[in-house]
Design a protein around this ligand. Structure first.
Ligand code: CU
Length: 141
């Protein structure tokens, strides 16, 4: 009896496998369940890894304060996400320069953050449209 309860609990841990396990135990209450229980253990590490990948908010943070972006010129890898953290007395934005950087276009932000994920290699220049002397570049390798 206690063995049956244990098997049900481990099936619930792996959500993706739970449906199959439930169907299996509904149709068969014999020794066949032991095989299902062994299989259930394998997906667990995979599920954990997926969760860690999703919890990747930013790869690089650029501070927007003192009327400048710092660091102003950075190099990242394809697929990485840059977050601009706005904390200046004046509001600013991040606006791409040229066709290539057209997708880079944040709202004007007083306090807060804005992120952009770079999926194509190249060099992207940007400025603050309110203070065009504020400039930066992202090189994506
Ligand atoms: Cu500005």
């Amino acid at each position: 009896m206690s063995m049956v309860r244990h098997r049900a609990a481990s099936a619930r841990v792996v959500a993706g496998f739970a449906v199959a396990a439930t169907l299996l135990s509904a149709g068969c209450s014999g020794d066949g369940e032991n095989a299902a229980s062994t299989t259930t253990r394998k997906p667990r590490p995979v599920t954990t890894t997926t969760t860690q990948t999703e919890h990747k908010p930013t790869d690089l943070t650029i501070d927007v304060s003192g009327m400048k972006y710092s660091p102003a010129d950075v190099t990242i890898k394809v697929g990485e996400t840059v977050t601009w953290k706005f904390s200046d007395k004046a509001p600013h934005n991040v606006q791409g320069i040229g066709d290539k950087a057209m997708g880079i276009n944040s709202p004007i932000i007083d306090k807060g953050e804005w992120s952009y994920t770079f999926t194509q290699p190249g060099t992207y220049r940007y400025l603050c449209s309110l203070h065009p002397d504020m400039r930066g570049s992202i090189t994506v390798e």
